[in-house]
Design a protein around this ligand. Structure first.
Ligand code: GRG
Length: 295
């Protein structure tokens, strides 16, 4: 196991424990939505976004209790987006993280509510004093996560993506779509770690540049995996982009071109970390991990 593997495993375990505590089981009708939230959020996924939060915050000596809570907030947004993306009205997907998607394990109404409740709880976590004693920092975290999640971020990107199924996009169009759909939450993860750690504006800006290139590389690799990996390895259906004739990086650049572009972006994103010196090794490792990932 590499040092990076050990590190992402360690932070994933911290996030798992914290999410478990943030989502205590309930009895009665409330219990059903909590169980569905737990199904969608616990025991699965690479936990890449919380890793980025924690690794960025570590560079500034932030207490782990604060960065893990910030990481849980972003993971809850991510899990909500996966639950809603799998619904029949969107991707209509039965499999997620190797398990039945939430609407298959429960029902559509419960899945919608579980996603809504995860989205809402993310902001409850950021607003709570345990996340940071300084109300200005908490407010800045909530503002940035709201912008990353909403119409100027992930939701906006998802809307464009649904529209893209009927439209031909050029490279700039796809880059813009992905900058919103997957990039905005990845960008929040890196800068949110900086903010909770007390980074200067210049340091937050360097993290933003790193995360923008990383987010794009992540999406290109996602397109490559959709075209090349099997559903069992991915833990979700594969081959869907081609089936739906979706606008992807592979469609525009070809497989080799897409691989080359992802590699260039990974090199470039690591270069943005130069101001942090050796402290940035875990974030550099995350970039290599994104490029090499198989699921
Ligand atoms: C429904 C509002 C709304 C938004 C959905 C992000 C998104 C927008 C949908 C997810 C669909 C998808 C497969 C997007 C491609 C990139 C992506 C987010 C992949 C899943 O993220 P990973 O690989 O998943 O980090 P794990 O399971 O490891 O957390």
């Amino acid at each position: 196991m590499t040092a990076f593997d050990a590190r992402i495993k360690e932070t994933a375990a911290l996030v798992e424990t914290a999410l478990d505590q943030l989502l205590p089981r309930r009895s009665g009708p409330l219990g059903r939505v909590v169980d569905a939230m737990r199904h969608g959020a616990l025991d699965g996924g690479k936990r890449l976004r919380p890793f980025l939060v924690i690794a960025a915050a570590d560079m500034f000596g932030a207490p782990r209790a604060r960065s893990v809570r910030t990481g849980c907030a972003v993971e809850m947004i991510h899990c909500y987006s996966l639950i809603h993306d799998d619904l029949p009205a969107m991707d209509d997907s039965d499999l997620r993280r190797g398990r039945p998607s939430v609407h298959r394990a429960y029902d559509e109404a419960t899945a919608i509510l579980a996603g809504d409740a995860l989205l809402t709880q993310a902001f409850e976590i950021l607003a709570a004093p345990e996340t940071h004693p300084d109300g200005d920092i908490r407010c800045r975290l909530a503002l940035e996560l709201a912008k990353a999640s909403g119409k100027e971020g992930m939701v906006g990107g998802q809307m464009i993506d649904i529209y893209a199924e009927q439209k031909n996009f050029d490279l700039a169009g796809i880059e813009e779509l992905q900058r919103l759909k997957t990039g905005a939450i990845i960008r929040f993860s890196a800068i949110g770690g900086g903010i909770v750690g007390g980074a200067t504006d210049a340091e937050v800006e360097a993290l933003r540049r790193y995360a923008e290139d990383l987010g794009l590389a992540f999406q290109i690799v996602d397109d490559i995996l959709d075209a090349t990996a099997d559903a069992q390895t991915l833990g979700k259906p594969s081959g869907q982009d081609a089936e739906m004739d979706k606008a992807t990086f592979i469609k525009l650049l070809g497989m080799d071109g897409a691989r080359r572009k992802a590699a260039e972006l990974v090199d470039r994103c690591k270069a943005h970390l130069a101001p942090f010196g050796a402290r940035a090794e875990p974030l550099k490792g995350a970039a290599d991990f994104v490029f090499a990932r198989k699921s």
